[in-house]
Write a new protein. Structure first.
Length: 563
């Protein structure tokens, strides 16, 4: 009885503290809301210049949410449709063409096969002059999207310019569906391939349909490509993992401050492909739902992860409706893969003196184990079982991309070569490359490489230390040598420049599908994945954790080179 008495007293004391704390929190919220409302009113009434009340409020809200994390955001009524297209739905009413702005002018960048623009023979490189009578030169991207998009079945009048001649098209908008799976099929050597670009509505079913079609070919292995996939709907990720693992397997657990946000997600259905060897491709832009899929399949020893370390977003968001048809997307939980690890990379709760969220320190990372006992680690994305170093573009190539030099040449190439036989093996000839380089003679290719940046920093430091006179001749000599070296960059980096040029050209003939197929011949991660299916002993050793495969991504200083 005495112990029960103490227990009841302790419980009552705890309730009293919680009640007091709750009341204090409510008071602080009420107090600060009053302050904010009063400040907002005084600014609108008394500020010397006219203020835009809605914009002023949005600025305040955005600044408040920015102090939390990049994923907690306010969505006003005017941006709801764009939000749904970005995070939920893959459908909208439009013409089926992407655009690019060059020197303030609007051009068609790519036409989607089978959609209205394609049916009306609109081509990449066509300049859009007017949309429904509205001049588009100088317009912002959002304004252009608003003009092009509209209800299915409605017309849009477009005036184009091609080769100096104007022409008009009346295009009837259709429902444009951007698939989650942009490509699937066999990629040679008995290997099936599924490229998943996002986890929006119906992505689980799209992957299932692709997998069923591939299974008819009796594949010896399957590649799920999640590179550059920024994520989406968590439940769709669970459905996709379920295709490859048995029913009632824990896939991911989300845990939040609010107990109602703590949810464990398990597979609900029998799998479609539980035995076929599986490889998942990831890179630094694979995030969120992509990391749930890659991380859980790795933890369950169902798949081998190939590529570079993933982004490291271990946070879950949920939307809440607000007055006047607005909403807020709030980070409500962190998620944990089956082993128990959270792969969140940046610590938003503890920022540095400049307000920047930094990585969790290596010392805080915790080791977990996969189902077979392999060691994996929290706090830094999903580390691949097989690392393939990423290609980094050279400054000269980046300069060409930024100045749209590939875009212009691809349009000229299409004009000179009306037909190509195939996408898969397409490569430009050395003569074509020389023609491209010769066309750069009158183009501005100004760029600064890493060595030049270091030289500039050295010059500044020399001036600070009053040694510029002593080293001036050496610095000028080095600058001259770098200038000479830059003139050979288009030859030095021919292979990467050539690949990007081919990508631009092939999309003019075979659209997105052709662009993907043509890229396979250069795809290092794809080649590494296919090699694994040939080497069954290596696959088994990786999944069992034999020898060096026991530890996956142990935190060490040089891990950063894989980002």
């Amino acid at each position: 009885m005495k112990n029960l008495k103490y227990a009841l007293l302790a419980a009552g004391f705890s309730i009293a503290i919680l009640s007091f704390s709750f009341k204090e929190d409510l008071f602080l919220v009420s107090k600060n809301l009053d302050i904010f409302a009063s400040l907002y009113k005084e600014i609108n009434i008394n500020y010397v210049d006219d203020t835009n009340a809605p914009q002023l409020m949005k600025t305040g809200i955005d600044a408040m949410l920015e102090s939390l994390d990049p994923y907690t955001e306010y969505v006003p009524e005017s941006e709801i449709e764009d939000y749904k297209l970005k995070y939920i739905s893959t459908q909208y009413g439009g013409i089926g063409a992407s655009t690019i702005i060059i020197d303030g002018k609007l051009f068609i960048n790519e036409v989607s096969e089978g959609y209205p623009a394609d049916k009306e023979e609109v081509k990449a490189g066509d300049q859009v002059v007017k949309i429904n009578g509205v001049e588009v030169k100088g317009k912002e991207r959002a304004q252009i999207s608003q003009l092009l998009r509209g209800p299915k079945g409605t017309p849009v009048d477009l005036i184009f310019m091609r080769e100096g001649k104007e022409f008009t098209k009346k295009i009837i908008r259709e429902e444009i569906k951007q698939p989650n799976v942009s490509y699937s099929g066999m990629v040679g050597d008995g290997v099936g391939y599924i490229k998943l670009d996002k986890f929006l509505e119906n992505s689980g079913q799209e992957v299932k349909d692709a997998l069923l079609a591939i299974n008819k070919e009796n594949p010896k292995g399957i590649i799920l490509d999640l590179r550059n996939n920024g994520g989406g709907i968590l439940q769709e990720a669970v459905k996709i993992v379920n295709l490859f693992v048995n029913k009632d397997q824990l896939i991911v657990t989300q845990k939040g401050k609010n107990i109602e946000k703590t949810i464990a997600y398990k597979t609900q259905l029998p799998p479609v492909s539980v035995d076929v060897p599986l490889v998942v491709l990831v890179n630094v832009n694979s995030a969120s739902a992509s990391e749930i899929v890659a991380g859980s399949l790795q933890d369950l020893d169902r798949a081998i992860v190939v590529g570079q370390r993933s982004y490291g977003k271990g946070l879950v968001q949920q939307t809440f409706n607000l007055p006047y048809n607005s909403m807020v997307k709030v980070t409500v939980a962190k998620y944990y893969t089956p082993s128990g690890r959270c792969i969140q990379k940046l610590d938003y709760a503890h920022r540095n003196a400049d307000g920047i969220a930094e990585r969790f320190a290596d010392s805080t990372m915790v080791m977990f184990q996969t189902k077979a006992g392999r060691n994996v680690y929290s706090g830094n994305g999903v580390y691949p079982d097989v690392v393939v170093n990423a290609d980094k573009l050279s400054p000269v190539t980046i300069s060409m991309i930024n100045k749209n030099l590939f875009f212009n040449y691809a349009n000229q190439y299409r004009k000179s070569n009306p037909k190509l036989e195939s996408a898969k093996a397409f490569q430009i000839s050395d003569a074509d490359y020389v023609a491209f380089v010769n066309g750069l003679a009158d183009k501005d290719l100004t760029y600064q490489n890493k060595t030049e940046r270091l030289l500039s920093d050295l010059r500044i430091e020399a001036e600070k230390e009053n040694k510029s006179a002593e080293v001036k001749a050496d610095l000028e000599n080095l600058k001259y040598k770098l200038t000479i070296s830059k003139k050979t960059d288009v030859a030095t980096h021919k292979s990467e420049i050539k690949r990007i040029l081919e990508t631009q050209i092939i999309s003019r003939y075979f659209h997105e599908k052709g662009r993907i197929e043509q890229s396979f011949q250069y795809d290092k991660e794809l080649i590494a994945a296919k090699a694994l299916f040939v080497n069954q002993p290596q696959m088994l050793a990786i999944l069992k954790g034999d020898g060096n495969y026991k530890v996956i991504g142990k935190p060490i200083k040089d891990n950063s080179s894989l980002d």
